[in-house]
Structures are given as structure tokens and as C-alpha cells.
Design a protein around this ligand. Structure first.
Ligand code: PBG
Length: 326
């Protein structure tokens, strides 16, 4: 028996534990992804994401104000469009008076200090439900790039602080950076979904936006969950093309990837605690199988420990309230 080392001494009281705690979690680390729809004060709950809804612009502003008051770091916006507005090239994505630009302007007017992040990808606008343009059943990378670039400029013009390409086309960060700079938006940052996997955990999100691919899957552009080394290529490309943040997605099952990106880049690392992860916590809690509040805070803390600076989570408001109460 060798008891010269007694690690338990540092765990004896809560003030001791607080002093030696290695990782912190605060509301300012969190980004709340929100879904916007037509109908100013409309609200449509998303059944697989308890507590989350598609919101009309007035409601969106109201909830975003609440998030800001709680110290949440920012909001990320996703538009839910009717099928009538969707086409194969996602034309609606560059409409300056479309749903998303109107939502951005309303938010920026009401809560100017709140950081607004917008998604750049075709899927909410595409009649094919893919992130890129589908031609004869194949995603055309290079035809997609100028569309993404124009979409990002449309969002920047409406007031977005950060544009977040989630489409996984090759070369899109560079195409977006060039277009933003040419249009005078050198100050608008790019959060690249650098390492985004072809994951089953996006199910509830696709229900929320009715954006599931109408045919096939996303495996020719999103990454294979089996791969880790491949991340190094994505990091290198995104850094060279001018990304400001690197995102890993999904979150908890990919904590090793968060750590890898943290160790191979000096850029801020974001992670997306995705819809399926949120739904699992809610479902288990509904059955009384886990303590939701504790499991939530632990999940987010673990993502911070893995190396994430920024966490996108649907539970941002709930977490901010819990953190305040402690
Ligand atoms: C698509 C996009 C997806 C998510 C964010 N942007 C889904 C997909 O790739 O099919 C998923 C987010 C989540 O599940 O919470 N551009």
C-alpha cells in the first residue's frame, strides 16, 4: 500500500474542488441555433426537439432578446421555407428580401450587440434537399461555389456577423472569403464547418426544416464517421482559405475529433451539439432515466474539456439559466 499520493485530498470540499477545476463553462461560450419561419408571431413546436420551435420573426426577436439577457454568446439562424420557394439551385438563398435576410435585419435592429451567425448551404432552399447542386444525380461542387458565395454576401449585407458554411463543398471557404471581401465585408467572419460527418444524429434537424435529401444521402460530401486523420486535410484547406473558426460536428461522439482540431490549429474551435444529441437527452429525461439538468451541463462541460471554445446547442437557454442559478 502506497498512500504518499492521495488525489482525494483535492476533492474534499466544494471550495477545494472549485479551485482545482480545470475547465469552465459559461453562457458566453454558447450559441443557440434557432429556426425561423414566415408568420410574424407564429410558433410551431418541433416534436423531436422538445422546447424548440420554428418561430416567426417577431417571436424570434423576442426569444433572442431573452438569450442575450442571459448572456448567451450568439444565435445561429436556419430558415424553414415552404416547398414553393425551393428549386434545384436554391435561388431563394440570394433573395435580399427573403425570410432569412429579413430575420437578420430585425434581430440586428432590436438587439444590435447580439452576435448573429448564419448558415451557408443549399439544403433549406433546395428542392433536392442537398447542400450542393444536384446534376444528374451527382453533386456538382464547382457550380455550387458561386451560389454559396452569393448567399454569404446576401447574409452579410443583411447584417450577419459570422457566416457559417455547413455544406462541405471543397473550396467554399475561399470562394466565400473572396466574395465577401470584394463586396466590402472584410469584417464578416467565417465559421467553417470544417469537419462535418455524415451522421445519423441530424434527424430531428431535418424534421424541423423538412430538409432531408429527397434522394440518396450526403456521403459524397460529409465525412465518413470512421475517419479521423482526414480531418488534418480539412483543417489545412480551411486555414489556407481564410476560415476564422473551425467547427466539428456532431459533438459528443466526436470529442476525440474536437481534441484533434484543437491540437492542430490555433483558430478558435467550435463544436455543434446536434439535434439528435439534444433529442436523446430529452427523451431519456422524459422517461425519468436521467437527470436532464445535470446530464446537460456535464455534456457541455465535456465538450469544453475536449477543447471547444464555442458550443452550438439547442439547450443554450436552459444551460444559461442553470449556470446562473449555481
Ligand atoms: C445542413 C445542416 C444540417 C445541420 C446543420 N446544417 C443537417 C445536415 O447536414 O443534413 C444539422 C444540425 C443538427 O442536427 O442539429 N446544412
Amino acid at each position: 500500500m502506497n498512500l504518499a499520493e492521495r488525489p482525494r485530498r483535492n476533492r474534499r470540499t466544494s471550495s477545494l474542488r472549485a479551485l482545482v477545476r480545470e475547465t469552465s463553462l459559461s453562457a458566453s461560450n454558447l450559441v443557440w441555433p434557432m429556426f425561423v419561419q414566415e408568420g410574424d408571431s407564429s410558433e410551431t413546436p418541433i416534436s423531436s426537439m422538445p422546447g424548440q420551435s420554428r418561430l416567426g420573426i417577431a417571436k424570434l426577436v423576442e426569444r433572442a432578446r431573452e438569450a442575450h439577457a442571459l448572456g448567451v454568446g450568439g444565435v445561429a439562424l436556419f430558415p424553414a421555407l415552404t416547398d414553393a420557394l425551393k428549386d434545384p439551385r436554391g435561388s431563394e438563398s440570394t433573395n435580399a428580401s427573403g425570410l432569412l435576410p429579413r430575420a437578420i435585419r430585425a434581430l440586428k435592429e432590436a438587439v444590435p450587440e447580439l452576435l448573429v451567425i448564419t448558415d451557408v448551404a443549399l439544403d433549406p432552399y433546395s428542392s433536392d434537399g442537398h447542400d450542393g447542386v444536384l446534376i444528374d444525380g451527382v453533386i456538382d461542387n464547382d457550380i455550387t461555389l458561386p451560389i454559396l458565395a452569393a448567399m454569404a454576401v446576401t447574409q452579410a449585407r443583411a447584417g450577419a456577423d459570422v457566416v457559417a458554411p455547413s455544406d462541405m463543398m471543397d473550396g467554399r471557404v475561399g470562394a466565400i472569403r473572396t466574395a465577401l471581401d470584394e463586396a466590402g465585408f472584410t469584417h464578416v467572419a467565417i465559421c467553417s464547418y470544417c469537419v462535418k460527418y455524415a451522421s445519423a444524429f441530424y434527424g430531428p434537424f431535418r424534421e424541423a426544416l423538412d430538409s432531408a435529401p429527397r434522394s440518396g444521402d450526403k456521403k459524397t460530401y460529409q465525412m465518413d464517421p470512421a475517419n479521423q486523420r482526414e480531418c488534418l486535410r480539412e483543417i489545412r484547406a480551411d486555414e489556407a482559405e481564410g476560415a476564422d473558426w473551425l467547427m466539428v460536428k456532431p459533438g459528443l461522439p466526436y470529442a476525440d475529433v474536437v481534441r484533434l482540431v484543437r491540437e492542430h490549429s490555433a483558430l478558435p474551435v467550435a463544436v455543434y451539439h446536434v439535434s439528435g444529441e439534444f433529442a436523446m437527452l430529452k427523451a431519456a429525461a422524459e422517461r425519468g432515466w436521467i437527470d436532464y439538468d445535470r446530464a446537460l451541463i456535464e455534456s457541455l462541460l465535456c465538450l469544453r474539456r475536449a477543447g471547444a471554445d464555442i458550443i452550438f446547442t439547442y439547450a443554450a437557454l436552459e444551460a444559461a439559466r442553470l449556470l446562473k442559478g449555481r
